[in-house]
Design a protein around this ligand. Sequence first.
Ligand SMILES: *[C@@H]1O[C@H](CO)[C@@H](O)[C@H](O)[C@H]1NC(C)=O
Ligand SMILES: *[C@@H]1O[C@H](CO)[C@@H](O)[C@H](O)[C@H]1NC(C)=O
Length: 366
Amino acid sequence: MEKTNGEVLYFLLSLLLSIFLFLPISECGRAQAMFIFGDSLIDNGNNNFIPTIAKANYLPYGIDYGFPTGRFCNGLTVTDYGAKLLGLPFPVPYLSLQSKTTEILQGVNYASAAAGILDATGRHYGGRISFNGQIALFEKTVTTQLPFLIPNLIKLSDYLSSSVFVINIGSNDYINNYLLPNLYSTSREYTADAFADLLISNFERQLKSLYMLGVRKMLLVGIGPLGCIPSQLYQHNSTDGSCIEIVNKQVSLFNERLVPLLLKLNSTLQGSFFVYENIYDTFVDLVQNPASYGFKEKNQACCGSGKYGGQLSCLPLQVPCAERDSFIFWDSFHPTQAANKIVAERCYSPLSTDCLPISGYMLAQL
Ligand SMILES: *[C@@H]1O[C@H](CO)[C@@H](O)[C@H](O)[C@H]1NC(C)=O
Ligand SMILES: *[C@@H]1O[C@H](CO)[C@@H](O)[C@H](O)[C@H]1NC(C)=O
């Protein structure tokens, strides 16, 4: 049968269109999307939409990004640098999504400042999306938003299993729960070991529910040495500025349990691939050898007040330090983008030192 020019043109156009439409999901062997779960270390704007005092949508936050975005940093977060190193755009904050947007095909960020593994964590800040809440939103993405964009179930499951899922949660269960005895009772109810067990058993259930939703490649970030952050130095009346060892010991109990959990899940959840990002040792090294990384201030917040800048975190329109790249800490709780860049390069570049058993880069290629 002869085809008319119109039919040929129509055929070519629809071919082009289908290549264009399916490019993001058919290009095999490389993650096309990055999904992010966690707290203020990687929240890139979700809390802007939530009634809470845990917000960073004002200057000087974002001063080196160009404008405030809701990131708790002067510039980029670790996962921003991670996305760049994987060649992906920054995943959009879930709460900023318009309905039926195609943006979610390249990933979504569900992270929320003040959130924890436990639902009660961070409640004194007001609203926040706990890790359980973030998983519930992701379930909504998988069951109602993604099928609209990827109607074929096999393609949808391929898309999910090739995407990288970064999970960075747990710090607030310490600094905004266990370590605040006046506001939370957990430190009276649990020894530090029992509390780490409690967090890990919740975390295990949460990771399994992500697996049940089709998630396969998970990059789990350990908790950093929270005893070294300016707010802890202030609260513990540190006189010499050295890290608060008891706090570092407590969060290490979590990390020590996280690694065996990851090995267990990796071998029991078929087709899963777990990577552990050890940020604890890197931050200890940054704080102990700041000069070798180009830092001049190891424990002083660039924006904050009181000793170490740890009494009150960065306030609206407060004038931050001028040499932001020479500080490890941006505010009382969070690192500068200069520190975040180092941490990201040590996991997401092909030759990683901090991610085991393979780099975030290799995980994306699987
Ligand atoms: C720090 O000093 C304040 C004021 O002297 C005191 O109330 C508080 O208990 C001290 N904190 C610690 C952890 O020692
Ligand atoms: C997880 O399992 C895969 C095989 O499915 C294996 O290649 C990888 O090394 C395992 N990861 C860890 C951390 O043991």
